[in-house]
Design a protein around this ligand. Structure first.
Ligand code: NAP
Length: 247
């Protein structure tokens, strides 16, 4: 039970990668806060799945782009579990368009969730993570932040932004022994990828040396390792899990 004594808040845990990470943490004995924005039924399924195993979970609704809602989520989580040891900034959205067609609104929606949400959640959990016995910040970026991707100027910007953020927070946590790292997945079979047209998916596949899209299960083990005490001496890093895509 690698995470038995850990309380972990996972943003965007109702679906996809966040759901996989939340369930993986629960399977290793963690207390898990399952955050969602709109997929209520899915979030309660995740909670039940975790509570059926060795972990303990609660659901916390909050739009991560809204600071007041994130503060309320933190209050709910700490009323239940006392303190947060591990924060996974996973919640993210895409609004894909060629840059020439991308409005300021399209730009800001993605920045508000993918970076504003990271600010909000990290801000409210920061002191807990710093004071925890080996607290952990884990940010979910993307290979798109490393390579860029046609039609994703807004999204790529947010995912690159996490590299500087992670590195800086790693420095600011280091003297207390807590860490910050980023996972940069390649293309993972979730709703986000299923929304991409087949023709575009075929072109992406040609760029993946391992010749398949990732499954959520390919990502969650690294998140568990980073959340555990086994990763004590690793901080400020970007871990690519991308089937061999170069950048
Ligand atoms: P997904 O299946 O679309 O799930 C997104 C999750 O984020 C959902 O649980 C959703 O909750 C939540 N969410 C979205 N906006 C939110 C908000 N404002 N506040 C709170 N929660 C919010 O996406 P995914 O593929 O698992 O992606 C998860 C993360 O991995 C994202 O940061 C994404 O950029 C990154 N990533 C994905 C891929 C990929 O190929 N799929 C590759 C690299 C990186 P509700 O449904 O409840 O609104």
């Amino acid at each position: 039970m690698q995470l038995e004594d850990r309380t972990c808040l996972v943003t965007g845990a109702s679906k996809g990668i966040g759901r996989g990470i939340a369930e993986e943490f629960g399977a290793h004995g963690a207390n898990v806060v399952v955050n969602y924005r709109s997929s209520e039924e899915d979030a309660y399924d995740v909670r039940d799945e975790i509570n059926d195993g060795p972990g303990t979970a609660i659901v916390a609704q909050a739009d991560v782009s809204e600071f007041d809602q994130v503060e309320a989520m933190y209050e709910q989580a700490t009323d239940e579990f006392g303190t947060i040891d591990v924060l996974v900034n996973n919640a993210g959205i895409t609004v894909d368009k060629k840059f020439e067609n991308m409005t300021r609104e399209d730009w800001e929606r993605v920045i508000d969730v993918n970076l504003g949400g990271v600010y909000n959640a990290t801000k409210v959990c920061f002191e807990d993570i710093r004071q925890a016995d080996e607290g952990r910040l884990i940010n979910i970026s993307s290979v798109v932040g490393q390579q860029g991707n046609y039609g994703q100027a807004n999204y790529a910007t947010t995912k690159s932004g996490l590299f500087g953020f992670t590195r800086t927070i790693a420095l600011e946590l280091a003297n207390e022994g807590s860490t910050a790292n980023t996972i940069a997945p390649g293309f993972v079979m979730t709703d986000m990828l299923k929304d991409v047209p087949d023709r575009v998916q075929e072109n992406i596949l040609k760029r993946i040396p391992l010749d398949r899209f990732a499954e959520v299960e390919d990502i969650v083990g690294m998140a568990r390792f980073l959340a555990s005490r086994e990763s004590s001496y690793m901080t400020g890093q970007v871990l690519g899990i991308n089937g061999g895509m170069e950048w």
